[in-house]
Design a protein around this ligand. Sequence first.
Ligand code: CMP
Length: 143
Amino acid sequence: MDEFMPRGAIMVEKTLAIIKPDAVKKKLAGKIIQRIEDEDFKISGLKMLHLTREEAEGFYIIHKDKHFYNSLTDFMSSGEIVIMVLEGENAISHWRKVMGATDPALAEPGTLRHAFGSSIEQNSTHGSDSPSTAEWEIDYFYK
Ligand code: CMP
């Protein structure tokens, strides 16, 4: 953050949001986008893609040593996804709050993952977890 930013200044951030293949297949993309607009995010980028296995592996490279990496990248390349850039005040933490916990079984009522996720992997949505990750993830899809 700029150290000369005035106290109380609004932190407008960008974050990368993905509607995952499980949610697109269940025809939930419209409901999720409506929720994004109801939460007052500005959608400044939006596209539908079907990732190759290699593109999914590249996107989740940070998890390459995790036991779920193969299954996750298989799933993320199994169907169409909707990729969005969301803008707003504290957009990164705001979007993570709207999604809820990674595991839908632990997500609070009212969150997207509680409503639409079916497993820790097929959890309907993705969001960046920090400003540096957001920058890297946005760049990955919007070079
Ligand atoms: P996402 O927010 O896209 O970030 C990494 C993804 O890995 C996560 O959501 C889940 O879909 C998946 N994931 C995280 N933990 C596990 C796990 N223990 N088993 C399977 N998939 C996981």
